[in-house]
Structures are given as C-alpha cells and as structure tokens.
Design a binder for this molecule. Structure first.
Ligand SMILES: NC(=O)c1ccc[n+]([C@@H]2O[C@H](COP(=O)([O-])OP(=O)(O)OC[C@H]3O[C@@H](n4cnc5c(N)ncnc54)[C@H](O)[C@@H]3O)[C@@H](O)[C@H]2O)c1
Ligand SMILES: N[C@@H](CCC=O)C(=O)O
Length: 541
C-alpha cells in the first residue's frame, strides 16, 4: 500500500548501437550468435505461467541457412488456446486491480533488462530466425521494443490524466477501466518490437492477453516471453500460444469474453478477422475492439527539383533494408524523366553493391534472406511475370535458394503505372520505378493516390516548396505516415506514431497515446455532494 500521485519517468528513445568492427557490442553479440546457433531450444506455450508442451512441434529455422535448426516449437491445439483464454480470464481480477505504478514497473523493468543483459539474446534471435542484419535487429528487437515499453508507460499516464470538469456541488471522475474479458494479440513475423508491443500495450492498461505470435518469429517470441517473466509479469497476464493463427482466432471468437483483438499482419488476414468477429457478433458480451494494422504499397514520388543523391539513397535503403520486408518499404517509385537519367545508374550501382548472405555469421552483411520458401517463390514469380509483361529488370531479379531463401535487391522499370508490381504488396526486395514526363507531376500525384488499395507510408522528394505543398495536399489520404525528403521507413516511437488507413488498417497509431486509448473502456463517475430533496423544477412554479 502506498499513497501519492506518482510521476512516471520521462521516456527517451534508446540510442542505437552501431556494431562497428572491433566494437565491444559487436564482440558480445557475435559470442551470443555463436551460442544460439549451436543450441536447438524447446519453445513451449506459456499458459498461466506454466510451460505447456504439446509434442506437436514445428522447427524454427534460419531463412539464410536451410541447415540451421534453432528451435522445436510446440504448437498449441484448440485445448491449449482455450486454457490460455481461461488463464487470462482468471488473472483479470487481480491484474486489473494492480496499482498502475506496479503494472508500469514491470514493463519499465522489462525495458531495462532488454537494454542491458537481454539485448544480445533478443537481437541474436531476430538475426538468426528472422534473418535481420545486425543493424536491423538492433533498431527493432532492442531499440523499438525498449521505446514501446518506456513510452507506453508515459502514454498510459496521459490516458489516466484525461479527466472531466467538475463544478460546484459535484465531483466528476473518469475511471479508465480495462476492457471486459480478454484481448487476443496476433502478431507478424517481421518486427520483434511489434510482437512485443501488441500483447504488452493492452496488458499495461490492465487487460489480460492471449498472444499468438507468428510461426516465423517463434524464437524471438519465446525469448520475449521469458524476458517478461524475468521482469516479474504475473502468471496469466500474457499467455503465449504458438502455431496456427486461424485456429487461435476460431477458438477466441467462440468465447463470449473476447474483449479486443490487437492484430498486425496482412490485409487478407485482417479482413478475415473482421469477418470472423462479425459472424460471431451476437455471441460476445461486448462489441470487441479491433485494432488491426496491415499491409502497404508504399511510394516514393520525386519532383523534377528532387536532390538526386538523396533520392538514390532513400530508394536503396527504403526498398532493400530488411529485404523489403517492412510494411513501410518503398516498393513503387515515380521519377520524372529529367531526374531518372541521373538516378538510373547510381541506383543500379547501389543495389548491386549491397551485400547479401549469412547475417548471423558476417555482421557486416547488409541483408539476409526472405522469410521462407513461400515468400521466395512469390518474389521469383512476381519478377518473372513483370519481365514477361514488359518491365525492364534494371538490376537483380535472380533469386537463389541453394543455401537459403535469397532474393537480391531488384529494380524493375515499367511504362505501366498499373502494372501488378506497382499496385500489389510483394513484401520483398523489389522496387518498381515508373518514369513520367516532368510536366505530368500533378497527374502522377493522382496516380499515386489511386493505384493501390493501401494508405500506409509514402515520400515526396522535392526542393521546390510548392511541389512539397502540392504533394502533401494531394496525398493527404494516401499515407498515414508521410515523409518529406526522407525514405518512407524507420518510424520511431514517440516521434512518428505509426499506422495507415484504407486497406492498411484501422490507423490506431502504434507508439502513441491513441493506441493505448483503445484498450480502456472509460466509466464516468459523478458524485453529488448534496442531492436535491424537492422533485419540482423552478419552471413548474
Ligand atoms: N501496418 C503495420 O504496422 C504493419 C507492421 C508490420 C507488418 N505489417 C504487415 O504484415 C504482413 C507481414 O507479416 P506476416 O507475413 O506475418 O502477416 P500474416 O498476415 O501472414 O500473419 C500475421 C499473423 O496472423 C496469423 N495468421 C495467418 N493466417 C491467419 C488466419 N487465416 N487467421 C488468423 N490468423 C492468421 C499468423 O500466424 C501471424 O501470427 C505484411 O502484409 C505487412 O505489411 C503491417
Ligand atoms: N517502425 C517501422 C514499422 C515497419 C512495419 O513493418 C518502420 O516505419 O519502418
């Protein structure tokens, strides 16, 4: 028991370590990578704080090394998902009544553990199983997740600070209750930080959670769960179930107690989740909250006044970092003819100079492999079909699956602004460029807006301020995160709250107060000091 209005620590973004050759952080991570490459861990479900094995296992592998087996992951069956729901419901009463400062302390401690002794483990898991380069792992599994944990505490404080006015004779208060029931968090493979944020954000607000991570991110999910336990998370607050997403959603939507769904992944799966909740809508005690962030077809549009060197770097980094497997990756570019003549060769040179290989072995490698054989085949087919349809393969376009699922940085050039690689999300290292006549800038802005069903991220490159203003206005509904003279990736918690509309999701802005707001159901309490005793109003005479 303690009294006081506690002020939560002021959050600051975790500094990104650079892992330069001979740096101590590089040596330490190399050591951890060696150890984790040599061990094949058992990854159980974690239900009510207990490890639950099922014997129905799948192997977590390194995408860049077919022979590297990292974990045996125990897939949950329907019974385990049901047990996880029951554990979440049983933990709810105590957790929702745990004082805010104690809930905060667990997640702040998790942030510090991750910034310190757990950093190498989470980074190494992300390098090995998700095939991220060391820098991409560091900005994700370490920095972005630490930021989510620290900043969410401050955002939660802002939610609780939101209180109504009171006038003489009454006191009005808002009780920001967690949602009734449990929250289901279903998370994608491509960001360890997102996998960590989706269950912890609702939990911070007093909810209890069933968390179903991607099968393709199971190793870092396993270590993340262990980290939360080490930080003191009580049993049953977050229950980890591995395996099939459709099954988890099926069991969760059969429960009258589904209070909310926190999803990030593809638009097709998000549509299915909305449908599933809709089909079961009369079953639930309350209308479930759905926060769903999904895909993108993110653009870079250059104006004739664009700075060529900066544009080339933004295209290269924006399209090829983490093999283009960011929802925000630059995958379509619109470049005026006068600029393209200066961009074409440097972009081709840059793309072909990027190193690709075993990111766990050589820490100087720029990129690893795409996540699995299905993704690899999808990228190979998309490149083949684009070439068949008349696109020029400027660079790349030669996937190789001998040792791992490698797709080289590929730049396609097309005359057709509605070519499939200009309109559909591929989620791989493939950038398609459409070259337009300089006079057609305004027409191209309309094309950028209409060509794809998504509205996640995009950039304008221009030194002419009027062009920046025109693009900012014309593309107002085309991106939830819009960049001026920068690549469309790399949002930072607290600085660029992230999310898009249209088919990119509900735009509830991860890494902001707006997301945390979704995990509470406010109750307003009016207390009247001296209530009336006369039933008549003055106008009644
Ligand atoms: N907008 C954002 O903030 C954001 C961030 C990261 C990734 N993404 C998007 O995520 C996608 C890539 O991630 P992914 O390949 O892991 O996505 P995915 O949709 O294939 O899988 C996401 C999760 O859903 C589960 N799932 C798969 N099929 C399901 C089904 N039928 N029913 C219920 N659950 C199911 C998976 O097991 C996984 O846990 C891309 O489309 C990317 O743009 C969006
Ligand atoms: N914060 C990330 C989100 C990417 C999603 O996959 C970015 O902006 O690059």
């Amino acid at each position: 028991m303690s009294d006081g209005r506690f002020r939560v620590p002021e959050p600051v973004n975790e500094p990104v370590r650079d892992y330069a050759p001979s740096s101590p952080e590089r040596a330490s991570l190399e050591q951890r990578l060696r150890t984790m490459s040599g061990e094949r861990v058992e990854a159980p479900n974690v239900i009510d704080g207990r490890d639950v094995t099922t014997g129905d296992t799948f192997v977590a592998r390194a995408p860049h090394r077919h022979d590297l087996e990292l974990a045996d992951v125990h897939a949950a069956g329907r019974d385990e998902v049901q047990q996880a729901i029951e554990a979440a419901l049983a933990a709810k009463h105590d957790w929702s009544r745990t004082p805010f400062e104690h809930r905060c302390a667990i997640f702040l401690r998790a942030a510090e553990l991750l910034a310190g002794p757990w950093r190498d483990t989470l980074n190494a898991a992300t390098v090995l199983h998700q095939s991220k380069s060391v820098l991409q792992a560091e900005i994700d599994a370490a920095c972005e997740l630490i930021d989510f944990l620290r900043f969410n505490v401050a955002f939660a404080q802002r939610v609780y600070d939101e209180q109504p006015q009171s006038v003489a004779g009454e006191w009005n208060r808002t009780d920001h209750r967690p949602l009734e029931g449990f929250v289901l968090a279903v998370t994608p493979f491509n960001f360890t930080a997102i996998a960590g944020n989706l269950p912890t954000a609702p939990a911070l607000m007093g909810n209890t959670v069933v968390w179903k991570p991607s099968e393709k991110q199971a190793l870092s999910a396993h270590h993340l769960m262990r980290l939360l336990q080490a930080a003191g998370l009580p049993d049953g607050v977050i229950n980890l179930v591995h395996g099939d997403g459709a099954q988890a959603v099926d069991v969760a939507t059969a429960s009258p107690h589904l209070g909310g769904l926190h999803f990030t992944g593809s638009a097709a799966v998000l549509s299915g989740l909305f449908r599933k909740v809709g089909e079961n809508i009369d079953r639930f005690r309350a209308f479930p909250r759905i926060v769903g962030e999904s895909g993108g077809k993110d653009f870079v549009v250059a104006h004739p006044s664009a700075d060529v060197d900066r544009l080339v770097v933004a295209l290269g980094r924006g399209a090829f970092e983490y093999q283009g497997q960011k929802c925000s990756a630059a995958s379509r570019a619109y470049v005026p003819r006068s600029v393209w003549q200066h961009v074409r060769d440097p972009l081709a040179d840059l793309a072909s100079s990027l190193t690709m290989g075993d990111v766990g072995e050589d820490l100087s490698t720029f990129m690893g492999a795409v996540i699995d054989g299905r993704a690899w085949a999808r990228h190979r087919d998309a490149i083949d079909q684009a070439a068949h349809a008349g696109a020029e393969v400027l660079v790349g376009g030669d996937p190789d699956d001998a040792d791992g699922w490698f797709v080289p940085p590929t730049v396609l050039v097309t005359d057709d602004p509605r070519a499939s690689t200009m309109t559909e999300e591929l989620f791989g290292p493939i950038l398609t460029v459409h070259v337009y006549d300089d006079a057609d800038f305004d027409t191209v802005l309309g094309e950028v807006d209409q060509a794809a069903p998504y509205a996640l991220t995009g950039s304008i490159f221009a030194d002419d301020r009027r062009a920046v203003a025109r693009a900012t206005d014309a593309l107002r509904d085309t991106a939830g995160n819009f960049y001026v003279n920068d690549k469309p990736t790399g949002s930072i918690v607290g600085r660029q709250p992230f999310g898009g509309a249209r088919r990119s999701g509900t735009n509830d802005k991860a890494g902001s107060v707006l997301n945390l707001q979704r995990w509470v159901s406010p109750r307003v309490i009016k207390e009247t000091w001296v209530s009336p005793v006369d039933p008549r109003y003055p106008h009644m005479g």
